[in-house]
Design a protein around this ligand. Structure first.
Ligand SMILES: [Zn+2]
Ligand SMILES: [Zn+2]
Length: 211
């Protein structure tokens, strides 16, 4: 188990290290998002926010902590660190959605304790430097808009000292990672990684486990 933990997080650690180490990784903000069919510049970034096209925007991104030092561009524009980066804005969270953030200190509590009684709960382990996690967030918000019976609990993994890591991610290959809890609060299944094309089907298959 321990060996698995090291192997799994080694992947994340290496991926982070490829960009100059965890400490140097900036925050992926939505500052590079753009609405609709926007024109991408030669840097494959929405032209209006590209710091290589508009160097005067650098200070604004650095101030927000959205900066990748090794590549001299915002984290939210660094396709070298995040090939799966998307620029679409986050869909609005439906007002009636049962959506809540678990405190980092509580991230190690039993999964069942995150369950919302009588409904299916998706526990979403994420990090603010994980582009795949942002794509999960977009998918979850679209789901919540269509299905008011779902609940979402977000668990932030700030680093591998976070309580959630030892408790729930010991044999997981990396983020994003979702656990689906049934109406009874039991674990129905989990999804590691994010693939937009198969996400809905995977989730439906897991939910079907509970009659
Ligand atoms: Zn550009
Ligand atoms: Zn980078």
């Amino acid at each position: 188990m321990r060996k698995f933990w090291v192997a799994g997080w080694f992947v994340v650690a290496c991926w982070m290290a490829a960009c100059g180490g965890a400490q140097q990784h900036g925050k992926l903000t939505r500052m590079s998002a753009a609405e609709g069919a926007v024109a991408l510049c030669s840097h494959e970034v929405p032209e209006a926010v590209c710091v290589r096209c508009h160097p005067e925007l650098v200070a604004k991104f650095k101030e927000a902590g959205d900066w990748c030092p090794p590549h001299h561009r915002p984290e939210s524009q660094c396709l070298l660190c995040h090939p799966d980066l998307k620029f679409e804005p986050l869909p609005p969270l439906p007002a009636e959605a049962d959506y809540a953030e678990i405190a980092v200190a509580d991230g190690g509590k039993p999964l069942e304790s995150f369950a919302v009684a009588g409904t299916v709960t998706i526990v979403d382990f994420y990090a603010n430097w994980c582009a795949g996690c942002q794509n999960v967030e977009t998918a979850l918000r679209k789901l919540l808009a269509d299905d008011a019976t779902l609940a979402v609990r977000k668990v932030s993994v700030t680093d591998w000292e976070s309580p959630a890591v030892a408790a729930h991610l010991s044999d997981i290959a990396g983020l994003p990672y979702l656990v689906v809890l049934g109406r009874s609060g039991k674990v129905l299944g989990a999804i590691q990684g994010f693939d937009e094309a198969t996400f809905a089907a995977k989730l439906a298959a897991i939910r079907a486990v509970e009659p």
